[in-house]
Design a protein around this ligand. Structure first.
Ligand code: SF4
Ligand code: SF4
Length: 377
């Protein structure tokens, strides 16, 4: 295992970190998967990673990641608290709320958090986080009190991460990326401000979908070829821990983007979008998220992707049909015919997710009837 500098925190972290979602028992609202690890099983998996050199464990407040936070606290007590670094987070944007949440997290774990992130910051909550008295001010206060050591912002949005990179209250950032969705990693690489912060990257396996197509060496090697501190991998078994933490970096295996598209192209026609997030729609259509759900539909999370797409695709398609300027087109370096792709995806949702197939419709099909093949793969 190699170790990397965590921005200016003075900490050194294993370049592969342990994501704790798969050690929880039960299910969490945002994920389709069901997990079933007992405390002892979870601690054994975390211990295996530790013996392979992992020193960073990432979790989130109960119930965001179920009981994973509690299990991590037990593991820290067993292994020796000073031997690992705990990264924790909560989806609260208001200062008072995250202040209480971080204290609850530490109570759940029975120890402090080395890093504490405001979780899933999006445009709707950005101001609440960054404004005076918002979540970041609260995290600064918690640092002074010694409840947490470093404060962070976790987001899937480049502009929000960049704002975090500019903010002196932020020590660490958590973003997402993988060999298919590498556009944001490319932009971070080109922006020196990100070098000042510790940078954790999640979704390296794209919710567990990409290992069906690419080796762990290629997946981890790609993310670690960027100037990031740590690639986080969700781990639920000893075998997964062995694969991720026993990984030997071989930069020769990093596939180019065209190669990635051609490998995926054996099964479907991927949209050549690397999620750089340069396109902006004045109507508010989140183009890169729609394209991501389209890829996920074909990569195996069919039902989950359809449900997410269904939330706004008809409206987006309608806006595109009326849009005369189409400003998104000139913003896309990949020259993707964005409005055409949106119409195509709208048709796909109509075919595969008609109203009478929904679980809440009278006599509708169940989730399994929808052809949801092993969503947790
Ligand atoms: S073509 Fe569609 S996605 Fe592009 S700017 Fe217009 S409404 Fe937005
Ligand atoms: S559609 Fe184009 S500009 Fe938008 S995220 Fe994808 S590659 Fe980037």
């Amino acid at each position: 295992m190699k170790y990397r500098r965590l921005g200016r925190t003075g900490l050194s972290v294993s370049e592969v970190g342990f994501g704790t979602i798969p050690v929880l028992r039960g299910s969490v609202p945002v994920l389709p998967d069901y997990y079933n690890l007992s405390d002892e099983e979870a601690l054994a998996v975390m211990g295996h990673a530790f013996r392979l050199g992992c020193n960073l464990y990432d979790t989130a407040i109960v119930p965001e990641y179920g009981d994973a936070e509690i299990k991590l606290g037990k593991f820290a007590a067993r292994i020796g608290r000073e031997k690992i670094l705990i990264s924790d987070k909560a989806r609260f944007f208001d200062g008072n709320e995250i202040y209480l949440a971080a204290k609850t997290s530490c109570k759940n774990m029975g120890t402090w958090a080395d890093l504490y992130f405001v979780h899933q910051v999006d445009a709707a909550h950005e101001e609440a986080v960054f404004q005076k008295g918002g979540a970041l001010d609260a995290l600064s206060e918690l640092k002074q009190e010694g409840v947490i050591r470093f404060a962070g912002v976790a987001s899937h949005y480049y502009d929000i991460l960049l704002r975090g990179a500019r903010d002196f209250r932020v020590d660490v950032l958590q973003g997402s990326g993988n060999l298919l969705e590498r556009g944001m990693l490319e932009r971070m690489k080109a922006e020196p401000l990100f070098r000042e912060k510790g940078l954790l990257i999640n979704k390296v396996y794209a919710a567990g979908l990409l290992p069906a197509y690419f080796s762990v060496e290629a997946l981890l090697g790609t993310v670690l070829s960027y100037p990031v501190s740590c690639a986080l991998i969700g781990i639920g078994t000893i075998g997964q821990a062995q694969e991720a933490f026993g990984f030997h970096e071989n930069m020769g295996t990093v596939p180019g983007f065209d190669k990635v598209l051609s490998v995926l192209g054996r099964d479907f026609s991927p949209i050549p979008c690397d999620r750089c997030q340069r396109c902006a729609c004045p109507r508010g259509t989140e183009i890169h998220t729609i394209f991501r759900q389209y890829q996920y539909f074909y990569l195996g999370k069919e039902y989950w992707a359809l449900r997410k797409l269904d939330m706004g695709i008809e409206q987006s398609a309608q806006w595109c049909r009326k849009c005369t300027e189409m400003p998104c087109l000139s913003m896309c370096p990949a020259k993707i015919r964005i409005p055409d792709e949106i119409q195509k995806i709208c048709r796909l949702v109509r075919v595969h997710y008609p109203p009478d197939s929904r679980p809440d419709s009278q006599g509708g099909k169940s989730v399994s009837d929808m052809g949801n093949q092993n969503p947790g793969a």
